[in-house]
Every structure is written in structure tokens, then in C-alpha cells.
Design a protein around this ligand. Structure first.
Ligand code: GCU
Length: 408
């Protein structure tokens, strides 16, 4: 018996196969998209359906019951410059319930309502800032030996462990509010056959896992971001017309899908989002569909597994995901040594979304070639590549703030 061969991982540009991308401006009946109206009424819905059925899975609409409660309000947080709010958002459907614990830091100076950065976090709200006022999550969290998380439980010692990535004070100083929910409140990030998290709230009678074309965990996280936006519509401190959804890595993939599926997000930012995020699948550079599905069988819909090692058969590629965000500003950020995420592939998605952005009357991406490191582009499609590895650094965050200043 021949054991199955494990596919080689490409880390050299010279090994990237020749590929041809589906054209976002050619309809499935092979006619060109000739104007904006045709984009909105024909081609965009086609592309959306292809992503739903083949990649992220269809998500349900709004839940039958939705409520929220302000659990904490501290007006003199961060040495008086910020108000800290903790809100629990209750989501109920089919008599089952989940709670999203939302943390908001908003400025105390400046004009309300505030422009707001919204992103999910990986280990609990208390990790984004060391403040003892932030409630520690009692949810399952991933173990992380380095951080001393061994029993899938958050500990006091993990307060602020991701503070560098969030730079809360700095965001407040720039006049923005910043809001977050732990992704595990929506769906814990492990494969349990979709028994925990939000999925069971939407099972039809007799159903016990999502159908092959229904949402996986990334779809659930993106859906959760939309529910937070629903809450923002009731919070008069937050300008729900100026919400920037952002995320790093798997949460960057999530931010892009949230921005594609919910047009209320004003700006969409993905940082080092890689395969299943901004990177083009057809380049097969770094992480591929096979590796995504093997390591994270719960992230995408089951149909996506049909494309393991068959990227050319996928009816879409990720430049079309970015096109779904058009004409709203979108920013893609890469890191030079983040080979697993394929920085060039991230850039090329941005570039190949440009014709759609242009059709819709924006300036698209103001670059033909990949820019040098630390040369950010701030056109409607924005992009930068910085030195260093997979991470969300202060350099990245400062570019996101500059991009938001320019476009909001
Ligand atoms: C892994 C995974 C990536 C993902 C990353 C992250 O490296 O393979 O797809 O983006 O984790 O979320 O940090």
C-alpha cells in the first residue's frame, strides 16, 4: 500500500505554478459586466453565492431574539482619558442562547459618536489591555504554554498578554473607540463537530451539524461581528456608520468575510490574513487549501474540502472576495517574512480587485507592482508590507489609523 503523499509546500517564487484567475467582471454566462448596475444586480450576487456555497458557507439571518445589557461602565478608565464599557449581547434562536461579551474603550474627549475599530480577539478581552477592570473570560480558550495557559482557562497572568497588538491608549489618543469580543464567545476555535458555539442555535429539526454549504467557524465569527454592529446601532456613543472591522491572521480572514457579507462595515482591514484571507489560492504559496482543511477542518464549509489540491477548480479566488467589499475602502497588510501567508499573493488579490473598484467609481489600488517595504498605499484599496514576521505590530496599527483618517 502506498501511503498518501503529503503535498509539498512552496516557499519559492520560482515554484509558483502558472495559473489563470477567474475574472470578477465576466458573468457566469461569459458576458462582460458592462456597468455598475450589472455588478450589483447580477455579478456580485453570483460571486457571493459561489463564496457561500464553496468556501465559507451560508450564514443565517438575524436571530429571533436579540438583547443587550450594560454590565460595566467606568468613566475614568485609562487615567481618565477613556470610558470602559462591558456589554453582554444575548443572542437567542430556537430556545438556545449564546452571550457575546463586548468590551469597548471609547475616548472621553472629542466628538461623539466615535469612529470605532472593531475586531475579535484570540484569548479573551482581558488580553488586549492589562487593566484590572476588564472581566476575565470563563470560556474555553486555547492552551498556550508560553503564556502559562494549560487547562484551557484564562488566568490573571494573561491580562494584557496581547496589549502590544491592540495599543488601546494610542487608538483612543487618535480619537477612535476600540471594541472587541473573544472569538470563542461566538464559536470556540476547535473542531467539536459544531456542538458548541452559535451553530446549534440554527439547526433545523433533526439537524446536528451544518450542511455541506453552511457556515463553519469563520462564517460564525463573521456573523458575530455583524451582531456586534447590530448592537452599535443602539449605542449612541458609537458611530455605526463609521465602523472599521479589522483582524489579524485567522481573524483577518474573518474581517474580510464580514466586510463582504455586511455592507454596513465602512472599512475592512486584514492583517497577515494569508490563505482563506487575502492571499490568492491559485499561487499555492505557503499554506494551501489542503493544509487549511487538514489543520482547521472546522473553519470553512464542508464543500471547501472538494478543492484540496484542486485550487484551479475553485470557481473563485480571493481577489473576488475583496471585490465583494467594493467600493468601500479595504486595506491589506502583509509582513515580509510571513511566508506561510504569502505576502505577494496578498498583494495580488488587492491588485486584481482593482477593476471592480474602478468600475464602481473609486481610484482602486494605486500601484501596479508590489511596493517596497514600509511604503504604504492609501488609495481606496490600501496595502503595505512591513519587515518582520507574522504579527500585528504598532507599525501596522498606525497605518490602519492613517488609512481610516483618510477615508472616514
Ligand atoms: C495558522 C494558520 C493560518 C492562520 C494563523 C493564525 O498559521 O495556518 O491560516 O492565519 O494560524 O490565525 O494565526
Amino acid at each position: 500500500m502506498n501511503p498518501r503523499k503529503i503535498p509539498r509546500i512552496i516557499f519559492k517564487e520560482s515554484k509558483v505554478p502558472i495559473y489563470s484567475l477567474p475574472d470578477p467582471l465576466i458573468n457566469s454566462d461569459n458576458t462582460p459586466v458592462s456597468n455598475e448596475k450589472e455588478w450589483w444586480t447580477k455579478r456580485r450576487p453570483e460571486i457571493m453565492k459561489l463564496f457561500e456555497e464553496n468556501v465559507y458557507g451560508k450564514m443565517p439571518g438575524k436571530p429571533s431574539k436579540f438583547g443587550f445589557e450594560i454590565k460595566k461602565l467606568k468613566r475614568n478608565a485609562l487615567k481618565g482619558k477613556s470610558t470602559l464599557k462591558e456589554i453582554s449581547i444575548q443572542i437567542e434562536n430556537n430556545n438556545k442562547e449564546i452571550t457575546l461579551n463586548l468590551l469597548i474603550f471609547q475616548p472621553n474627549n472629542g466628538e461623539k459618536p466615535y469612529k470605532t475599530f472593531l475586531g475579535l480577539n484570540f484569548y479573551g478581552n482581558h488580553t488586549i489591555h492589562p487593566s484590572p477592570d476588564i472581566t476575565i473570560t470563563d470560556q474555553w480558550i486555547p492552551n498556550d504554554k508560553e503564556q502559562g495557559i494549560t487547562e484551557n482557562k484564562a488566568t490573571e497572568s494573561t491580562r494584557g498578554m496581547r496589549a502590544e497588538r491592540w495599543s488601546v491608549e494610542h487608538v483612543i489618543d487618535r480619537g477612535y473607540a476600540i471594541a472587541t469580543v473573544y472569538n470563542g464567545d461566538i464559536d470556540p476555535d476547535f473542531d467539536d463537530g459544531f456542538q458548541n458555539g452559535v451553530h446549534p442555535l440554527f439547526y433545523r429539526e433533526g439537524q446536528n451539524k451544518p450542511a455541506d454549504d453552511e457556515w463553519g467557524t469563520i462564517g460564525a465569527w463573521a456573523w458575530g461581528l455583524s451582531r456586534i454592529l447590530d448592537y452599535f446601532e443602539h449605542d449612541e456613543d458609537i458611530d455605526h456608520h463609521r465602523v472599521i472591522v479589522f483582524g489579524h491572521s485567522r481573524l483577518g480572514k474573518t474581517a474580510l468575510w464580514a466586510g463582504a457579507t455586511d455592507q454596513r462595515f465602512a472599512i475592512v482591514i486584514s492583517n497577515n490574513s494569508g490563505a482563506g484571507g487575502a492571499a490568492l489560492f491559485r499561487r499555492k504559496f505557503g499554506e494551501t487549501i489542503y493544509y487549511l482543511n487538514k489543520t482547521f477542518p472546522h473553519w470553512f464549509c464542508q464543500n471547501f474540502k472538494k478543492y484540496d489540491e484542486k485550487e484551479n477548480e475553485l470557481p473563485v479566488d480571493q481577489h473576488m472576495l475583496i471585490s465583494l467589499i467594493a467600493p468601500r475602502p479595504v486595506y491589506v497588510a502583509s509582513a515580509q517574512e510571513d511566508f506561510w501567508s504569502d505576502p505577494r499573493g496578498e498583494f495580488l488579490s488587492a491588485k486584481h480587485a482593482d477593476p471592480v473598484y474602478k468600475l464602481l467609481g473609486t481610484n482602486g489600488l494605486n500601484a501596479n507592482e508590489m511596493p517596497d517595504i514600509h511604503h504604504p498605499i492609501y488609495s481606496t484599496i490600501g496595502y503595505h508590507i512591513r519587515s518582520g514576521d507574522h504579527d500585528l505590530t504598532r507599525y501596522d496599527l498606525d497605518r490602519f489609523l492613517d488609512f481610516a483618517d483618510k477615508h472616514l
